[in-house]
Ligand binder design. Sequence first.
Ligand SMILES: [Zn+2]
Length: 135
Amino acid sequence: MPPTMKPLPEPSPDTKPFWDGLNEDEVRLQRCADCGSWVYYPRARCPHCLSAALDWQVVSGRGRIYSWTIGRQPTHPAFAGEVPQRLAVVELEEGVRLTTTMVDCGDEDLVVGRAVEPVFDHGADGMTLLRFRPA
Ligand SMILES: [Zn+2]
């Protein structure tokens, strides 16, 4: 990979429905049909009861900032033009947490507990990334 090319997700059979959902402006999460737990990241078995009966459901994508930081050093040469990056862990209403980038906001918007909504970042490469902004 050339140093200026960004690493991209590589969907697997277990994660493809998640990435397909983002392409259609939907946040899709797995939910265990046996114990009811929401599951993220996507996987083959429920981490709570080990059931393989995981269904995909569309959720709102709304949540709150659980934690955040400002990245001032690029983690990869391809991100050198994007620092500082507003990195966050967002807890969705369903209780799962995901690591993301905050957009359409300033540093002052990075507050634990702040309500956020999804932003579907459609890249020219055909992959859509899930980012968030203040709601
Ligand atoms: Zn389960």
